[in-house]
Ligand binder design. Structure first.
Ligand SMILES: Nc1ncnc2c1ncn2[C@@H]1O[C@H](COP(=O)(O)OP(=O)(O)OP(=O)(O)O)[C@@H](O)[C@H]1O
Ligand SMILES: O=P(O)(O)OC[C@@]1(O)O[C@H](CO)[C@@H](O)[C@@H]1O
Length: 320
C-alpha cells in the first residue's frame, strides 16, 4: 500500500492570463479549481495509473471539506485530521503567450503538537515491508523543519520504504534520515549544494554523494523539459524530455513521484520505472491546472521515452 502525506494541502486556483505583467491590471481569460497539495496530487495520479493509495494529512474549513469530498467521490482512501482555520488557496498564473507558469502559494495553517502527533499515528498505521510512504510539499508554518527527518526515521524503523520530495530545510534535514528515494528538481538540488550545477555528470556526482552520505538508494533529479536523471547503485541514466504542448507544468513533479511510488509498489524493473516516471511527468504538463492525465495518455507517452546511460566523462551541459 502507498501512503501519501500532505501536511499543507491546497485548493489550486489556476488562472490564465495572457501577457501577464506586474505593475499593471491583468485580465483573466479562464479559471479552474483543483484540489492540490503535493501528496494529494500524487494520490490523484496513482488513481489514474490504476494504483491504490491512502492520503493522510491536515485539512481545515470549507476548503478542507471540499477536498475531503473530492477524495471520497474519486474513491481515494483518505484519513485527514481537521483543525481550526481554513486550508489555503494557491494561485497559479498560466501565461500561454509568454509560456510562463507562476505559483503564488499561501503559507498555510498553524497546528499544535497534538495535531502533528495525531497525523503521525495515521502515517505509521499498518506499515510493513511492502509499504511505501511519500512525504512531499511544505508543512504548516509553525512546524519544525525536522518533521520529515523524524517521520522518515519512524517509517524506516517499521521496515517500509519512503520517498521524499521537499525543498530547502525540509529536504536538507529529511535526507539525513536516509529516505529510500528522493526526487529533487535541479533547482532544489542546487539549493542544497549551494551552487549552480552546469553539467549532467555534475548532477550524477551530486546524486552519488547523497546516496553515499545518507544511504539513499535512488536519486531522481527532474529537469523540466530536459527530462530527468535517474541514479541508483547500478549507474546513471538520463531520460530525455519529450517535446509536447504545455498547458500547465504545475504538478509535473508530483506525477513523476506517483509513477515512482507505483513502480516501487509493483516491483517494476528500473527501466520500466524510468519510462513510466517520464511519461507520467510529461502527460501532466499536457493537462490544465493540476488535473491528472489519463492512463491511456501515459501509456502512449511511454512508447516515446528515450534515454542514455551516462558515463562519468560524458560532457553534457545542463544549461538551465
Ligand atoms: N515543459 C515540459 N515539457 C516536457 N516534459 C516536461 C516539462 N516539464 C516537466 N516535464 C516532465 O515532468 C518531469 C517533472 O517536471 P519538473 O522537473 O518540472 O518537476 P518539478 O519541478 O518537481 O515540478 P512541480 O514542482 O511543478 O510539480 C520532468 O522530469 C519531465 O519529464
Ligand atoms: O507550497 P508547497 O507545499 O511547496 O506546494 C504546493 C503546491 O504548489 O504543490 C502542488 C504542485 O506540485 C500544488 O498542487 C500546490 O499548490
Amino acid at each position: 500500500m502507498i501512503t501519501t502525506v500532505t501536511l499543507n494541502p491546497a485548493i489550486d486556483k489556476t488562472v490564465e492570463i495572457n501577457s501577464f505583467a506586474v505593475n499593471s491590471v491583468n485580465r483573466i481569460s479562464s479559471v479552474r479549481l483543483d484540489v492540490g497539495g503535493k501528496g494529494i496530487n500524487v494520490s490523484k495520479v496513482l488513481l489514474n495509473l490504476d494504483g491504490r493509495s491512502r492520503a493522510v494529512g491536515i485539512l481545515a474549513g470549507k476548503a478542507g471539506e471540499y477536498i475531503r469530498q473530492y477524495l471520497d467521490e474519486a474513491g481515494i482512501e483518505n484519513d485527514f485530521i481537521f483543525v481550526p482555520g481554513e486550508t489555503r488557496t494557491n494561485l497559479k498564473v498560466v501565461d500561454q503567450t509568454k509560456h510562463t507558469n507562476t505559483d503564488i502559494n499561501e503559507i498555510g495553517l498553524e497546528v499544535t503538537a497534538g495535531d502533528m502527533e495525531r497525523v503521525k499515528e495515521k502515517v505509521l498505521r499498518d506499515l510493513d515491508a511492502h509499504s511505501v510512504v511519500v512525504f512531499s510539499g511544505s508543512v504548516p508554518r509553525n512546524v519544525n523543519a525536522d518533521v520529515y527527518r523524524q517521520w522518515i526515521e519512524a517509517v524506516n524503523k517499521a521496515g517500509a520504504r519512503t520517498i521524499l520530495d521537499a525543498d530547502g530545510e525540509l529536504f536538507k534535514q529529511g535526507i539525513e534520515a536516509g529516505p529510500y528515494l528522493i526526487k529533487p528538481n535541479i533547482h532544489e538540488l542546487e539549493n542544497w549544494l549551494d551552487r549552480k550545477i552546469n553539467t549532467m555528470p555534475e548532477i550524477a556526482a551530486t546524486a552519488r554523494r547523497l546516496m553515499q552520505q545518507y544511504g539513499i538508494a535512488v536519486v531522481v533529479v527532474s529537469l523540466g523539459e530536459k527530462g530527468a536523471l535517474f541514479v541508483n547503485q547500478d549507474g546513471a541514466i538520463w531520460a530525455h524530455g519529450i517535446c509536447v504542448e504545455v498547458k500547465s507544468t504545475v504538478g509535473a513533479g508530483d506525477s513523476m513521484v506517483a509513477a515512482l511510488a507505483y513502480a516501487l509498489d509493483a516491483g517494476y524493473s528500473w527501466e520500466k520505472a524510468i519510462s513510466l516516471a517520464v511519461a507520467a511527468g510529461t502527460a501532466n504538463v499536457m493537462t490544465a491546472g493540476t488535473e491528472p492525465s489519463s492512463l491511456a495518455a501515459v501509456q502512449e507517452l511511454e512508447k516515446q521515452v528515450t534515454w542514455e546511460y551516462l558515463l562519468d566523462d560524458t560532457k553534457i551541459e545542463v544549461g538551465m
